[in-house]
Design a protein around this ligand. Sequence first.
Ligand code: K1U
Ligand code: ZN
Length: 167
Amino acid sequence: MALLKILQYPDERLHTVAAKVPEVTDKIRTLVHNMAETMYAAPGVGLAATQVDVHQCVIVIDASDTHDLLHVLINPEITAAIGESDCEEGCLSVPGIFEKIRRAEQITVEALNFNGDPFILEAKGLLAVCIQHEMDHLIGKIFVEYLSQLKQTRVLRKLKKQQRSVM
Ligand code: K1U
Ligand code: ZN
């Protein structure tokens, strides 16, 4: 297994739209292993392949308190969404920035699992938020892009300042 490099906003590659996975091969399963290792090490509760510069529809999520409930979603599609709620979000590609974002409260997702078998997942709470956040990555959208222009400018300024201080 290997730790992968996570792209940092405003890297343009984060805006790439991911392609559907035509078949769940051993190469995809190796990517999943490496993404999970990278997510747990960060630490984070989710990771989209886009963030590690692989532009295929693959997501890993573990939103459990015990960090032992890994969800692998390949080619995920939201088939139902109920309600709305505001939840504080973070992103491993936008370190140190946490903002409230409005998302669907409960969702139904259809995807392929690690073995390439289709499954349906009903999600609410942090899991639902995280799935929506990671699916946005797959279409090249970063959570800060839901904020006003003024807030986005402030975020960019803060990130640049952070980056200068680690150089
Ligand atoms: O970068 C990412 O896409 C992962 C992101 C997922 C996420 C978290 C919270 C709300 C929406 C989406 C993170 O994991 S950021 C790190 C973080 O929030 C966290 C880290 C450790 C424990 C708990 C949260
Ligand atoms: Zn993110």
